[in-house]
Ligand binder design. Structure first.
Ligand code: ADP
Ligand code: MG
Length: 226
């Protein structure tokens, strides 16, 4: 495990003293407390911690889906706190690819259409390049033959590959994944991790929440939440 940040690189994501809390009858409950984190371009980070330790809260805050109650998050020097929801949603589509445990593909659309939909949402990829890009992405994740099938006819591992292709649709610099292998058998999980490693080798910044033992893994840094 490498613990050092790559040298001479500006962080792509900065979290400064971020807290997220919920009020209940028994008082304030912190899902995340005073967390500071700097993530550099090209890092491969595992976020670990037991259930309820705030892993999903952290990812959602990094992706601008959830917002801190105090503290600040910035992305390439821009503070997320100051963006409107409309701006945030457009920003997220272009900047961050999100992968979920249960894939969350649109069940009535083919794999190809799922990826096209993600492209349509941001308009970042020129129309005449979309179909070719779908092919390239499906080839990249190794499921070219599944392009015209519905998600339900794919195996779990194939669905997760499709979801990763969708996350890459708009060529975002950052990919976040919340327990992406939590629903897969161990050898399929290993192949999904290999895919993430190859994305890091291509220059992407990848942040993965995982329950698995990360000892001996390819992660460059482990962030463990208590
Ligand atoms: P993890 O992903 O590590 O399992 P989460 O980030 O989902 O943890 O949740 C962290 C803590 O915040 C948990 O104790 C959870 O119950 C609590 N929490 C999350 N969302 C809410 C909410 N909407 N209302 C109250 N508590 C919440
Ligand atoms: Mg979670």
């Amino acid at each position: 495990m490498k613990n050092q940040l790559p040298e001479n690189k500006e962080p792509i994501i900065k979290m400064k003293e971020v807290s997220r809390w919920y009020e209940s009858s028994s008082g304030r409950f912190y899902a995340l407390r005073n967390m500071s984190l700097e993530i550099t371009c090209g890092e491969y980070i595992a976020v670990t911690g037991k259930s309820g330790s705030g892993k999903s809260t952290l990812l959602n805050i990094l992706a601008g889906i959830d917002h801190p109650d105090s503290g600040e998050v910035s992305f390439s020097g821009k503070t997320l706190n100051e963006m409107s929801e409309t701006f945030l949603s457009a920003w997220r589509g272009k900047s961050i690819g999100i992968v979920f445990q249960f894939f969350q593909l649109m069940p009535t659309l083919s794999i190809r259409e799922n990826i096209l939909l993600a492209m349509d949402f941001t308009g970042k990829i020129p129309s005449k390049e979309k179909e070719e890009r779908v092919k390239t992405l499906l080839d990249r994740v190794g499921i070219t033959a599944q392009a015209d099938k519905l998600p339900s006819s794919l195996s779990g591992g194939e669905q997760q590959r499709a979801a990763i292709a969708r996350a890459l649709a708009n060529d975002p610099p950052v990919i976040v994944a919340d327990e992406p292998t939590g629903n897969l058998d161990s050898s399929t999980a290993a192949s999904v991790h290999e895919l993430f490693t190859s994305l890091v080798n291509d220059g992407k910044t990848v942040i993965v929440v995982t329950h698995e033992n990360v000892a001996g893994s390819d992660f460059g840094r482990i962030v463990s939440l208590k």
